[in-house]
Design a protein. Structure first.
Length: 255
């Protein structure tokens, strides 16, 4: 017959186990939001792929059918093709993982990191573009150009919509709903989706096989770098600034 002390110890262990389970469910729910089957990932794993496919179809149609100004593409076009599916997904699943990436407490550090890594990414991207496409390096003070700040504003918009969609949304949901995957597998899926969405631009902007191959390598390397930054910091501000600087470096220094 078990002693009272043994019974008390068993009861304490049971209470501790129940408390740990409640805490784990609470932490999981805080990022994943509401679910429909009680397992924590059903609504995400069910809706995620259809939403990504819908966004891909919308973006492909938009790129091949419409020939609108660049400012429209980077603001309204990407808001509709990237931002709207993300917003609808959040409203249907209650996913709250994105909110932690834009916490204002991360703003200052995110901007500093963005400038630092953006310079590295931009230099590497410009160098790769020069080597692969025989581009010319320009040393012109574009900061004095009236178009510079307009282009930079567009680069920020591009960075915002793509970072929100590909990393805060796609990578965030993958790491939550498929947490049992290895990080390498998660990374590979995210980069593959990132590259898939840039295929329309590859066909539109690349005239030769060499330039197309160079573009694919450049986009793949950038996608990997951004995914690693997101996984390390979960800071959307960093990704936005890096994306903007990277894009501006390619625009200014390679013609």
């Amino acid at each position: 017959m078990p002693s009272p002390r043994t019974n008390k110890r068993s009861a304490d262990k049971k209470k501790l186990s129940n408390k740990s389970s409640r805490v784990a469910r609470s932490e999981r729910s805080s990022r994943g939001g509401s679910t429909r089957d009680g397992r924590g990932t059903m609504s995400h794993s069910t809706l995620f792929l259809p939403f990504v496919v819908i966004a891909l179809i919308l973006w492909t149609i938009y790129r091949f059918v419409f020939n609108l100004p660049v400012w429209f593409d980077e603001s309204i076009g990407k808001a509709l093709c990237f931002g709207l599916p993300t917003l609808v997904y959040i409203s249907l699943t209650g996913y709250r993982g994105i909110s932690e990436t834009v916490d204002l407490r991360k703003l200052k550090l995110g901007l500093f990191r963005g400038i630092a890594f953006g310079g590295i990414f931009g230099f590497a991207g410009a160098l790769a573009s020069i080597i692969s496409q025989n581009k010319t390096v320009l040393a012109v003070p574009f900061f004095y150009s009236g178009n510079f700040w307009f282009e930079f504003a567009l680069a920020i918009l591009t960075g915002f919509w793509e970072s929100l969609f590909f990393y805060a949304f796609i990578m965030g949901v993958i790491q939550f709903a498929w947490s049992h995957w290895s990080f390498t597998k998660q990374l590979a899926v995210v980069v593959a989706i990132f590259l898939l969405f840039h295929i329309p631009a590859i066909f539109v902007e690349s005239a030769t096989f060499t330039s197309m191959a160079g573009y694919i390598l450049l986009v793949t390397a950038f996608g990997i770098g951004q995914a690693l930054l997101y996984a390390r910091n979960r800071n959307l501000y960093t990704l936005i600034v890096v994306h903007a600087i990277w894009g501006m470096t390619l625009l200014i220094h390679t013609l």
